[in-house]
Design a protein. Structure first.
Length: 101
């Protein structure tokens, strides 16, 4: 799927929803719970799908994948874990603030 900044995506197997913050103009295989994510709002997901990655997603956290340049903001938490091409997308680390001497 060609992902652009500002896109809203949702999982087909759990409640997870994300907004794309940064993305390169390339094809990205973004998955949640082991299944491809779809645009939100959109059509109803197919029935009978099961979650294969249950690492979960956390509300309000940013997820960043260095290899694809993708950064996501989780707007609705769910049981499925986020992945790009089978590689888990970790929570983005906070920037260190300068010391106040």
């Amino acid at each position: 799927m060609n992902i652009r900044p500002g896109m809203r995506l949702r999982s087909v197997v759990c409640d997870t929803e994300v907004v794309v913050v940064h993305a390169r103009d390339t094809e990205v295989d973004l998955r949640c719970g082991g299944h491809p994510m779809v645009p939100a709002p959109g059509e109803d997901p197919p029935a009978g799908l099961a979650i294969s990655d249950t690492s979960g997603s956390l509300l309000g956290k940013r997820y960043a994948h260095d290899g694809s340049g993708l950064e996501l903001l989780c707007t609705k938490a769910g049981d499925g874990g986020l992945a790009v091409g089978g590689e888990a997308v970790p929570i983005k680390a906070a920037k260190a603030l300068p010391s106040s001497d």
